[in-house]
Write a protein that binds this ligand. Sequence first.
Ligand code: GLU
Ligand code: ZN
Length: 295
Amino acid sequence: MAAYIGRFAPSPTGALHLGSLYAALASYLDARANNGQWLVRMEDIDPPREVPGAADTILKQLDNHGLHWHGSVLYQSQRLTAYRDAIDALENLELVYSCQCTRSRLRSLNGVYDGHCRSQQNLSAAPGTESLASIRIKISSAKISWQDLIHGRCTDELALTCGDFILVRRDGLFAYQLAVSIDDAYQSINHVIRGDDLLDSTARQIYLHEQLGFEAPRYGHIPVLKDAQGDKLSKQRFASSIEASNPGGNIEHCLTLLGLSVPAELSNAPVAQLLDWATQQWSRSTIPNGTLAER
Ligand code: GLU
Ligand code: ZN
């Protein structure tokens, strides 16, 4: 078996908050507990959503919390040629087409594309440039199944959940599903531990790995942190921003949320020591359901 390679892949849409630090920590501990490497990839392919300086802030926050990554950070903004090449390869396989459906038509489909533009064989513009068309991949009716490292057996039938999905947006930007799959393969990532808000993306990513001739990684989806109302913690809602001056306290808090209660003698210990202890204790099977208690 190939040695474990995991990753944390934030989008630089803002600083890390408690929920994203918790996800980073889970992927870090899972990698370390399996004698793996832990990489960091900056998913900066959506400039309209990005906040200037956020990428550097995130890297400083990870470093400050003792979450040191292996090698250098891969920036997706440097990978556009690879994404374009993948579209070319899929075009040669006659798997992609351009879609010019109007927004109102798409809205009426409720998220499951009906293949309306499938007969449009030629891509109307070079992928990665602005045009009025998006690029979609044809999906077959096959069911996608995987053994999730945390959720167990999962199955998704793409024809029913999303239909032919977008690889290049009509604004010319490459879609997350494409970039994430290509780069997980490029970096030889074989274990992806991330929040279960991405559970419904996984089948699309496995499908892309298959079509591009890659071996898909194993996936494990941890419960995303929710507030007491059951809403996901998000940057938009300014949820629990983390205090730079107290990295140990933040790590301790996240460890508790991951089901590891730090013994009193380690409370206030340096982060490196907390992380060593947590690596020894780490277990995927005891992660709680993610709901934060009222504070
Ligand atoms: N960049 C994505 C996000 O921050 C996560 C990608 C992934 O872990 O697959 O939501
Ligand atoms: Zn269309």
